[in-house]
Design a protein around this ligand. Sequence first.
Ligand code: GCB
Length: 658
Amino acid sequence: MQSSCALNHLLNRALSAANIAANAEVKGAMTLYPQQNEIRNTLDLSGFWQFRLDPEGQGVDERWFDGLSRARTIAVPASWNEQFQDTRDYLGTAWYAREFHVPAGWRGQRVYLRIGSANYAAQVWINGELVGSHEGGHLPFAFDVTDRVRWNQPNQVAIRVDGELMPTRVPPGNVNQGLGGFMRGYPNTSFDFFPYVGLHHPVILFSMPPNRIADVAVVTEIEGTDGIVRVTVWHEGDVAAGHVTLTGKGSESLGTAGLELSLPSTSLTFAGGRAEAVLRVPGAHLWSPDDPYLYKLTVTLVDDGNTVDRYTLDIGIRTIAVQGDRLLLNGQPVMLTGFGKHEDFPVHGRGLDVPLIVKDYALLKWVGANSYRTSHYPYSEEAMQLADREGILIVDEIPAVGLRFDDGEKNVQARAAQCRQQMRELVARDKNHPSVIAWSVANEPMPAHFARRFAGGGDEEQEDSNAIGTQFFEGMFVLTHELDPTRPVTLVGVMGGPVEWLALSDIVFINRYYGWYVQGGRLDEAAEMLARELDNLHASLGKPIVISEFGTDTIAGMHSDPPEMWAEEYQVEFLRRYLDVAAERSFVVGLHVWNFADFKTGQSSGRAGGMNHKGVFTRDRRPKMGAHFLRERWTADRGTTEASGNTELPGNAASLSA
Ligand code: GCB
C-alpha cells in the first residue's frame, strides 16, 4: 500500500467533528476534564488517604468499604510501591479511603466522583454503597454519585485497587511462556518498566448542572489563510439551545497579531442530544511547535435566556496529514525529534508530578526535541494540556505493550477487548488536544518465535498466531480511524516483527537496537544493518518511517575511549550513527531516542539496579553526554539557542537535518 493511500484514507473521510465521536460508552462525565467556572465546581481530593493492603482478599467480606481499620496514611496521587518499604513489590489488592464534604453551594447540581487513574482495576464505594468499577490503569472514569452523597454530614469514599499482573490484562503480566532476555525479570511483566500501582492521578469530586454539556469535539481545517473550526456538542437534560464562541488574537504573519478577533457567536440547535457548529476564523493564528497559539472555545447552554451550563476549551487550529513520504503539519513537512518517555520518578512512581512535567518539557526544548511518544500508556491529562501550551507533538499510545497471540484464545480475546476499550477511552479523553498528532495501537507486539526473529531469523514461516495478530490489528486500525478520522494511526514494531503488521500503519514506527542487543560494540556494522533495513522497508511499504526507539544503556559517569558499551561515549557514537543514517533518507520523518531519562524497571541480570539506563538524562534529569550531543545536532542552524540558552522549541523543522 502506498502512503498516498494513507492520505486519501484520511482525507476521504468527512471531517466532521461528530465523527471524532464521543463514543457512547465513554461519553459524558468521564470525558471532559472537570472545570471550575461560574456554574461548574470541582473539589480535588488529593492529599492524605487511609490505606490498607488486602493480600488475603478479605476486604469485601469484612466490609472495609464501611471504614478502614488498622489503616496507614498514604499520599494520593502516587504509586503505593515506594511510599513504604514493605510495598515495593506488592502487586495485589489494596484499599484507599477518606472522608469528604459536599459543599452546600452545589445543591441542585449533579455530583460526580472522578478517578483520574487507578492502576489496574478499581471498585468504588460511597458511604458503604458500591457505585461502580473500572478496568484499565491509566484513563479517567467517573460516577454520578448525586443520590449517594449526604449533604449535611461527612461522606466516606472507599476505593479498592487491584494491581495484579495477569495474562488477560493490558499490559499483560505473569504470562507463563517465557519471553526472551530482560523480560524474564522480577516482577514477571511482559514489558520493561516497573509495574507501579495505585491511584496515580487526582480523585476529584465535581458538579455539573442537570442540563449540561456532556461532551465537546473539535476538528480544525485550514482553507487559505482561514481556519475552520468544526464543533460538535452533546448535551444531557432538557435544554436544547445554546451557542459557541471563539476568542483569540490574529496572526503575526498576517500582521494582525495584537488584534483581538471579533468572531460572531454561532448558535447551537440540538437534535437527538447533539448540535454542530462551524466557525470560520479569517487570518487564523495557526498552532505549531514554533508558535503554539491557543484560542478559547466556549460552549454555552441557554434556557429561557438564562445560561445553564458553560464549558471552555483551549483549542489549536492545525492540521496533520501523511502525504507520500512526508508527515505534514499545517501542510508543511515536519521532522519529529524527541524521545520515548516514561512517567517515572523516585518515591511517587507513576503518580502525577506537575513540576516534573514542566521540567521535562523545558529539557525537551533545551535538547531541541519537538515531540515524544507516551510510551507505553496514556500519560496524565496535565501532560497533554501543557503540551498544547508548549507546542510539543505527541504520539498517544494505549498500554498495549507486550501483546502476544500464541497463549490461547481466552487470553488473546480478553486483551483484545481491553485494547479496544482503552482506545475508545483514550480518543474520548484526548481528541481535542492539538498536541496529539497520532495514535499508537500497540508497542512491540510479539510475533511467534520472537527470539529467532529478533536475532535476524527472518520471516520464513507464516505462523498462525501472527495471522491472528494481523486480524486483531486490522480491527484496531479500523476502530481507531473510525473514532478519529483526522489523525494518523500507527503500530510500533519490534525488531524482527512481521512486516504485514507494520503495513497497516499510516506512518511506520520501528524500534531498532542494532549496536546494542545485536551487533553490540560494532557500530559501523550496526549502521549498515539499519540503513539496509530502512531502505528495504521503504521500498516495500512506501510510507514515511519514524525510528521510534534506538538507544543504549549508559551509566552516567562511565567513560571509555575507544567507546565501549555502557559508557557515555558509546551512547554518543551510537546516536551519531543513527542520526547520520536517518539524515540521508528523507522518508525518515522522525527520530525518537530511547529513552528521555533513565527509569525504573524490574530486577534482572540485564538491568543494573533495577533500572533501564537508556536515558540521555539520568532519572533525576541530569544530562549525559548523549543529551549534549543531541542538543548540538538538533539545535544546529537555530542561531541563538547555543549562545543565549534560549529555550525556544524547534518546530516545523522541514529544514532541520536529523
Ligand atoms: C524496547 C521496548 C522498551 C524497552 C526497550 C529496551 O524495544 O519497547 O519498552 O525499554 O526496548 O530498553 O530494551
